[in-house]
Design a protein around this ligand. Structure first.
Ligand code: AMP
Ligand code: MG
Length: 418
């Protein structure tokens, strides 16, 4: 008897399949930013998302000052053809300005960051002068007006917007905020993300495995990804392939979460209940994506929570997290969407591929001796081979229309952000 093959994950011509960018767009269309915020001391705001525009209340720097240690003077008195002596009338330190003004053939000893004395407009660095005695120096030719000065407001003018709502606050931003004298800002509430694994075969670490069982690794890789993403994490454990338990866990997750992630149970295997449950207690949007690994993905909503039913295979969980969950989490936090940064690298591996799906191969990118990027696969690429992720620092992303890659071909890579 001839067995007729039904469409499977391996067929790319199957109807209803959408591309990765289409899936991302569908997800973003259904994702709403959080509108709660708190006002926190800037030290507590690293990696948080700003909920307000920050305008500078002051000029930075607040006054003209010296960029170097040297002597401040008025350029009008600089020598044009031969060297000339200047009287040193005092010293200006950072935080301790010189009280007088700089007259004809006079100068003020000045330190980096010290306020420019009145009438002075130029700094001659100390290496360019000859000290004659305690009160006088000799200066040669070749100096220019305004040299070695930092002008008031040259970094930030009072009233300028320096940081915008939706920006992620980085280390430099903490410094910028401090330079404005700002000690508290409004940041978006952290999203609450709950997650659980599904599968009768799963045991938690610490338990003993019996035949046919495996340790639940997805909860730990997901925990790691979420922990690096500045969200409140709610780990709901591993749940058996039992519709009632899954439904109850989903309902309690929905009661306290902005985003719910599950792994496993979304393919068409017999124990794949999640899809049916979601249709009962919420809504469901996506099913088949032209990608490898990670094709079975369920996306939907339960009350006000977003739901991602990630695949069970450990690599597929991480790939779908990066491609779909992360953009959604960023939008939930109020960040504007940016496609992942892609770089070009020379492939040291040959890779077999048929056109049709977008593939995410795990690889190690590094600079060659000339500083150019090169990239090499981490070995076997099955979606259950989690060591391919742990050894890798990037994905090689092969677009839908691309066929096989030969050694030496250029490929797109995306570095892991965590
Ligand atoms: P599923 O999507 O439930 O059909 O699972 C696909 C594959 O991933 C199976 O081999 C599962 O045993 C494995 N798997 C599912 N969940 C996990 C998990 N939490 N940790 C490790 N492997 C898992
Ligand atoms: Mg399963």
């Amino acid at each position: 008897m001839k067995i007729e093959k039904k469409p499977s994950c391996n067929s790319v011509t199957e109807p209803g399949v959408i591309t990765v960018p289409e899936a991302v767009q569908n997800i973003l269309d259904k994702t709403q930013p959080i509108s709660d915020f708190s006002k926190l001391h800037i030290r507590q705001c690293l990696n948080r998302v700003l909920f307000e525009n920050i305008k500078s209340p002051i000029d930075v720097p607040g006054f003209n000052n010296s960029a170097m240690d040297g002597y401040a003077l008025n350029c009008e008195y600089l020598p044009s053809d031969q060297s000339k002596s200047f009287k040193v009338i005092g010293t200006a330190f950072a935080g301790k300005p010189f009280a007088g003004s700089c007259g004809k053939n006079e100068c003020v000893r000045i330190m980096t960051g010290a306020m420019l004395p009145e009438q002075a407009d130029t700094i001659v660095i100390q290496e360019d002068v000859q000290v004659l005695d305690a009160d006088s120096i000799q200066i040669g030719t070749g100096h220019k007006k305004n040299q070695n000065l930092r002008f008031s407001g040259e970094d930030i003018k009072s009233g300028t917007t320096v940081l915008y709502k939706g920006a992620v606050i980085k280390a430099a931003d903490l410094g910028v905020l401090a330079s404005l004298g700002v000690n508290e800002v409004k940041v978006v509430r952290k999203p609450r993300v709950s997650f659980f694994s599904t599968g009768d075969e799963l045991k938690s670490i610490g338990d003993t495995l019996v035949k046919g069982e495996i340790y639940d690794s997805n909860r730990y890789s997901l925990y790691g990804l979420l922990a690096g993403c500045d969200v409140d994490i709610i780990d709901m454990g591993a749940v058996k392939d039992d519709p009632d338990s899954i439904k109850q866990t989903l309902l309690s997750a929905a009661a306290c979460s902005d985003v719910i992630l599950t792994s496993g149970g979304v393919s068409v295997g017999e124990a794949d209940y999640i899809k049916g449950i979601l249709q009962e207690i919420g809504s469901m949007d996506i099913w088949k994506i032209a990608m490898k690994p990670g094709r079975p993905l369920t996306f939907g909503q339960i009350n006000n929570s977003l739901f991602f039913g990630l695949p069970g295979n450990p690599v597929a969980v991480m790939v779908t997290y990066y491609q779909f969950v992360l953009p959604a989490l960023n939008k939930v936090k109020g960040m504007s969407h940016k496609a992942p940064l892609t770089l070009k690298a020379k492939s040291l591996s040959s890779i077999r591929k048929n056109p049709g799906r977008r593939e995410f191969q795990r690889a190690i990118a590094k600079n060659d001796d000339n500083g150019n990027l090169q990239v090499k696969l981490t070995g076997k690429q099955g979606s259950g081979i989690l060591t391919s992720m742990s050894q890798a620092n990037c994905f090689i992303v092969l677009s839908e229309d691309r066929g096989s890659v030969e050694q030496g071909d250029m490929v797109d890579i995306q570095f892991f952000v965590l």
